[in-house]
Write a protein of this length. Structure first.
Length: 375
């Protein structure tokens, strides 16, 4: 590797050598890596792959799960979202009943799923106690299944409607069976960007506070970043640094998931003109730099096949990523925005994707325990 580093830009080489030695990459250094040319980028991917191999080995993990989006009615106005429907003009808006949600969970468990992932719109017409009742209903039917549910935005929305603290609501949810939370709604943790793409959403500090409260209550979460819209390279680097600082101060992030903006059916694209802002090369850079910036703090870098498509997701497994996410069984948010990826994959399809990359598939739990080697 040292001989390869000698043949690229010296500034990039110094940063990559630093990463190989296990040292932290600064915000400024990450910006340099995001700006790297094609030759330097190829070496960046190689270094990220080597750091991944040293940190977590050659296995690629996945979870057998089902995604349940229980309502698409939402008071939010996120310009990057094509899934939501206004409560004032719902048209094809929907809200699943508790019985329907529980039935979907049972169906998933019968197929072998170990995780039920639940998220929905901010629906003002639903009982604010619904979040707790969803957990209780699923646990009555499936006491051993892991419930991975409710973004920080949903938690804040429900707590305000219940006129209780976020901590109180999270305690009740945990008692009802909540096992972990998705760290979505992070988008870019910079309020100047959030004011453009999601002006009614919780602030960056509010997102961090909900997450920190969950972590204090021993509720682990994922962490995410929505990229490829109006943000710049420094915004991405600062976002990664904030996630890293949160993890260093008592965080319980299980993984980091870069989420590329899927644009075709969104207001941000159709009315604001924000089209495809990133190339495949940039997608690889995001995953590789995430690995290097978070190394030693968050071991698992997940690639979202539903955002990137199956082939590019495979390539990311050679640029720092070590997890391929879940089977999903049904996915609505990215498909509503115009994703060309399928809405679900079977366990066998995930395994075949991983083996095609000459890596070993391993089914995991939500919190990265190994369920067993794939056959």
């Amino acid at each position: 590797m040292n001989s390869i580093l000698k043949n690229i830009d010296s500034a990039v080489a110094r940063i990559l050598a630093k990463a190989l030695e296990g040292n932290e990459i600064t915000i400024e250094e990450a910006v340099v890596l995001f700006s790297a040319g094609a030759k330097e980028s190829m070496v960046l991917f190689m270094v990220a792959d080597e750091v991944r191999r040293t940190t977590v080995g050659d296995a690629v993990t996945y979870v057998h799960n089902r995604n349940i989006n229980f309502t698409n009615i939402c008071v939010g106005d996120c310009l990057f979202c094509a899934f939501h429907r206004s409560p004032h003009k719902p048209n094809d808006g929907y809200a699943l009943s508790l019985q329907e949600i529980a039935a979907k969970a049972v169906e998933a468990a019968e197929d072998g799923a170990t995780e039920i992932c639940i998220q929905g719109g901010l629906n003002p017409d639903l009982d604010p106690h619904l979040y707790i009742r969803i957990c209780e209903a699923i646990k009555r039917e499936l006491p051993d299944v892991h419930i991975h549910a409710f973004s920080p935005m949903e938690i804040l929305f429900a707590s305000k409607r219940l006129t209780c603290s976020v901590e109180s609501l999270l305690r009740d949810l945990k008692s009802a069976g909540l096992g972990s939370m998705p760290g979505t709604a992070a988008e870019i943790l910079d309020d100047s960007i959030r004011s453009i793409i999601c002006p009614a959403k919780l602030t960056a500090d509010a997102w961090a506070e909900v997450i920190a409260t969950a972590h204090r209550l021993a509720i682990p979460t994922t962490s995410t970043m929505l990229y490829g819209h109006v943000e710049g390279r420094e915004h991405r680097a600062r976002h990664l640094d904030r996630i890293r600082r949160m993890q260093k101060t008592g965080g319980r992030f299980t993984e980091f998931i870069p989420l590329r903006f899927v644009y075709p059916n969104t207001v941000l694209y159709r009315q604001e003109g924000c089209g495809p802002q990133v190339s495949g090369m940039e997608d690889l850079k995001v995953h590789a730099i995430s690995r290097l910036m978070l190394n030693g703090h968050i071991d698992n870098i997940q690639v979202s096949w539903v955002k990137l498509g199956l082939k590019l997701a495979q390539v990311c497994l050679s640029a720092g990523a070590n997890d391929l996410g879940g089977t999903l069984m049904e996915e609505h948010i990215s498909s509503s925005a115009g994703s060309f990826a399928p809405p679900s994959l079977t366990v066998r399809e995930l395994q075949e994707m991983i083996r095609a990359c000459e890596r070993t598939p391993r089914q995991r739990t939500t919190t990265y325990g190994i369920v067993g080697a794939a056959s």
